[in-house]
Structure formats: structure tokens, C-alpha cells
Ligand binder design. Structure first.
Ligand SMILES: NC(=O)c1ccc[n+]([C@@H]2O[C@H](COP(=O)([O-])OP(=O)(O)OC[C@H]3O[C@@H](n4cnc5c(N)ncnc54)[C@H](OP(=O)(O)O)[C@@H]3O)[C@@H](O)[C@H]2O)c1
Length: 431
């Protein structure tokens, strides 16, 4: 029988993810070798601080002080980058490894969503893999599904819940009736959010994932135009109103091709309580792919954490062990396209608009006149007076209207003297 090929692996970054992967690879050598019909050796590791206490046992000869020296090692076949960030060490390592004709596996969405096109060209030229399954939705195998399992399909829309932290915060506010700030603190305490959860909360994390998924779904280059809104302005009143109206609030990412333009957006979204997406709670992620001939396909799972992320990393490593050299973004770079960008203002939504007004005679009739002047028709109105504060909260659900017209309506309203707080807009997803 032919001897199995041996691949030498180096891991750079031994934090949450790197150290879990290190132990997993050591404990599952035989199993992975049998499944992939190839062997691997965990030859080298590197991180910033040699003296840091870690729950892994590194042999003396495995440790490389300066990660750059790994690039000089001729015998390293696969470099696994688990440092993070779009610049600095992660960027230098990944560019360097691909240039040295080494396969790369990374979980770094910031790097791929920024430099993925350049990196993919080097990988293709040097006939090595650039694998990044773990960069989008942790354990949810969405990238490999698009590249392999769903290869037959023409995808026209991909959307869903792509961030576990924000989903935990919104579902916890709803279920436990807690405030945004209280919930964030709890999320950090229980390890569902990083100590600085800014990019989870402001939508940037989802935006990186949307950009990567767009390329894979539409065979396009990275498109940096994306509308991004986070969840920091959602409060208990919005959660209660949504419930009364039959909705749940989710931070969702969307990418779609309409009239040959690409529309990418991230925003808090109202979804019907009876919909599948409304039932995806806690740190779970769910990706919905809409394509032909398959129709709607849903994949759900843990979006982050060492266990789920390691599952994705091992799938990438296995792809390399099997000699499955694929184009990083599913097709050759010279076949990828640039789509013109569409603007969210041209899309049509049914929307939830909340305005807090001074409780005065004639306000509601003035508000409805502004909607009508901007060609936005009203479907439902909820008015809750607050007698003590002499104010009133008005929630309006609109019929499907052009987003530009809704935004003009909000701008006009914001200038009115009876408005107490900046009007709030949440778009509704009916699909
Ligand atoms: N955490 C998750 O749930 C999750 C999920 C999906 C994807 N990811 C991605 O996985 C990657 C790693 O995340 P993580 O949570 O494991 O991060 P982490 O715990 O902060 O670990 C980062 C590691 O990088 C090392 N490092 C930092 N700067 C370095 C440098 N200049 N040279 C060499 N090593 C350096 C650190 O070394 P020291 O240990 O010596 O300080 C540490 O071991 C990121 O791209 C992240 O976005 C994470």
C-alpha cells in the first residue's frame, strides 16, 4: 500500500482558538489521518509571549520565538493564522506564507474581508490553498457548503444571523426583560461577548462576514459598499412594541443581487414571531441561502467559541490533507466579477418607526400628513401616552415603501418642535 503523505503544520496564535485547536489536533491524529488518508505533524507553534500560562503542552523544539522564522522553514506545508486583525502580524504572516507557497488556514474575517482579493490572487498563482471557513459563523459550514455542497446553484440572496453576541443580547433582552446595558454586562461576564464587544454591537463584524459571503455566493470581488447599523439604540420599549405587533428583533446581514446590482446591508430587523429566524436565539447563528434550483436552504449552529471554530478549522485543514486545491473564492480570480453597488435607499421595506412626541393636540395628524407627503402609506399605528411626562410614543408600521422616502420622512419629523427624541427606524423582513 502507498505510504500516506505527511503534511507539516505550524500554528501562529495560541489564544482561545489556537490552544483549543492545538489540543484537538494532538488528540485526534489517527482519526483525521484515517478520514483524510494523509498524516500531519504539528511541527511548530508561535505566539507573542513564551511565558504565558496556557492549557497546552508545547515541546521545546516546537516553539518558534519569532513567527516570521516559520516562513523560512522549508518543511512547513500549512500555516494556521490565529492572531486576528486585518493588519500587523496576521497580515504579514498570511501574505508571507502564501508568497512562500505554503497553504494557509485562517479564522480572520477582518483580514479576509479587507485583503481577500489580493491574497486569493497569490494563492491561485502559487497553487496553494487559502482556507477561511472559520472566519464566517464559526461552526456553521457555510463556506464549504457554497463551494461544494451547493455548487449546482445560482445564488441570488444570502442572509441571516451572523453574530452570536448581538443575537444573545437581543434574545436575552426579550426573554429576561433586561436593559441593553445590563444584558451586555451579563454577556461579557458569561463569556458570550469580548471585553470590548464594539464590533459585535455596531454591526462591523456582520459586515465583514456579509462581504465574504457575497464573493462566494455571486462569484464577485469584495465589494466594500455596505449599509451598516448596529443594535446599540434598541431599548426595552422597542422589544415590547415588537412583541405587541407580532415580531422579534434580530441583527441581520443581507446580500442580494437585484437588477445586476449588489445590495449589502446589516441592520436590526423585525421578523415575524412565527418565522424560522425568530426562533434562532442565544449565541446561535443561522445562514439562509436562496438559490436555484435548491430554493431556500438553512444552516444553523454555534457562531463562535473555540469548539465550533475548531470544527471549521479542521474542515479546512482536512481539505488540504485530501489535496483538494480549490480557488479561495470558489472560482478562478479571472472569472470573478465586479457588480455595481445598489443603495439601500432604492429598496422597498415595510418599516417600524417610533417617535416620541410632546403630548399636544394635532401632533398625530401632522405626523400622518408628513408620511403622506413623502409617499409613505401607514398600515398600523400604536400610540402610548405617558401622562406623567406629558409625552407620547407613537409607533407606525408602514406599507412597503421606498427606503429613501422613509428616510426623508424621518428627517422632516426630526426637525419638528414636538419631537422629543430622534425618530427610530427598524426595517421589517417578510421573506
Ligand atoms: N474567539 C472566537 O470565538 C472566534 C470565533 C471565530 C473566529 N475567531 C478568530 O480567530 C482568531 C483568533 O481569535 P482568539 O479569540 O483566539 O484571539 P486571542 O485569544 O486574542 O489570541 C490571539 C493570539 O495571537 C497571539 N498574538 C498576538 N499578537 C501576536 C504577534 N504579534 N505575534 C505572534 N502572535 C501574536 C497572542 O499571543 P499571546 O497568547 O502570547 O498573547 C494569542 O495567542 C481571530 O482572527 C478571531 O477573529 C475567533
Amino acid at each position: 500500500m502507498k505510504k500516506k503523505k505527511v503534511y507539516n503544520i505550524a500554528i501562529v496564535g495560541l489564544g482561545n482558538i489556537g490552544s483549543y485547536l492545538f489540543n484537538f489536533l494532538n488528540n485526534n491524529k489517527n482519526n483525521l489521518s484515517n478520514k483524510n488518508n494523509a498524516n500531519f505533524k504539528l511541527l511548530y507553534v508561535s505566539a507573542k509571549n513564551r511565558n504565558k500560562k496556557r492549557n497546552i503542552r508545547i515541546k521545546k523544539k516546537q516553539w518558534i520565538k519569532n513567527y516570521n522564522d516559520i516562513l523560512k522553514k522549508e518543511n512547513v506545508d500549512i500555516v494556521i493564522e490565529l492572531i486576528g486583525g486585518a493588519e500587523g502580524a496576521a497580515k504579514k504572516l498570511v501574505f508571507g506564507a502564501l508568497n512562500k507557497k505554503k497553504h494557509v488556514v485562517t479564522a480572520n474575517k477582518a483580514l479576509i474581508s479587507k485583503y481577500g482579493d489580493k491574497l486569493s490572487k497569490i494563492a491561485e498563482k502559487n497553487k496553494v490553498n487559502l482556507e477561511f471557513e472559520a472566519s464566517v459563523c464559526g461552526g456553521v459550514p457555510i463556506i464549504r457548503s457554497i463551494k461544494e455542497g451547493l455548487i449546482a446553484n445560482k445564488i441570488n440572496r444570502i442572509y441571516g444571523i451572523f453574530n452570536g453576541t448581538s443575537n444573545y443580547v437581543l434574545s436575552s433582552m426579550d426573554i429576561n426583560k433586561t436593559s441593553f446595558n445590563e444584558t451586555i454586562k451579563k454577556a461579557i461576564k458569561f463569556g458570550y461577548a469580548e471585553s470590548n464587544p464594539a464590533s459585535d454591537i455596531n454591526g462591523d463584524d456582520v459586515a465583514s462576514k456579509v462581504k465574504i459571503l457575497s464573493c462566494l455566493s455571486f462569484n464577485s470581488f469584495i465589494n466594500k459598499n455596505i449599509h451598516v447599523e448596529g443594535i446599540k439604540d434598541i431599548d426595552e420599549e422597542d422589544i415590547n412594541n415588537s412583541n405587541k405587533l407580532g415580531y422579534k428583533i434580530k441583527l441581520m446581514g443581507f446580500s442580494e443581487i437585484l437588477n445586476n446590482k449588489i445590495y449589502q446591508r446589516v441592520h436590526p430587523t423585525l421578523v415575524k414571531k412565527s418565522s424560522y429566524i425568530a426562533s434562532v436565539n442565544g449565541v446561535l447563528n443561522a445562514v439562509i441561502v436562496d438559490g436555484k434550483p435548491i430554493g431556500k436552504n438553512i444552516i444553523q449552529g454555534d457562531g463562535a467559541g473555540p469548539a465550533a471554530t475548531t470544527s471549521a478549522l479542521v474542515s479546512d485543514i482536512s481539505s488540504i490533507l485530501r489535496g483538494n486545491i480549490k480557488f479561495p473564492f470558489a472560482i478562478s480570480n479571472n472569472k470573478r466579477k465586479n457588480f455595481p453597488s445598489g443603495n439601500i435607499g432604492d429598496l422597498y421595506f415595510s418599516s417600524y418607526i417610533r417617535i416620541n412626541v410632546k403630548d399636544k393636540y394635532g401632533v398625530l395628524s401632522d405626523v400622518t400628513k408628513i408620511f403622506s407627503n413623502n409617499k409613505v402609506s401607514i398600515k398600523r399605528v400604536l400610540q402610548s401616552p405617558n401622562k406623567n411626562k406629558k409625552s407620547s410614543s407613537i409607533v407606525i408600521i408602514t406599507h412597503r415603501s421606498k427606503d429613501n422616502n422613509i428616510q426623508k420622512t424621518l428627517k422632516t419629523l426630526a426637525k419638528k418642535s414636538y419631537i422629543i427624541q430622534k425618530p427610530k427606524l427598524l426595517r421589517i423582513e417578510n421573506g
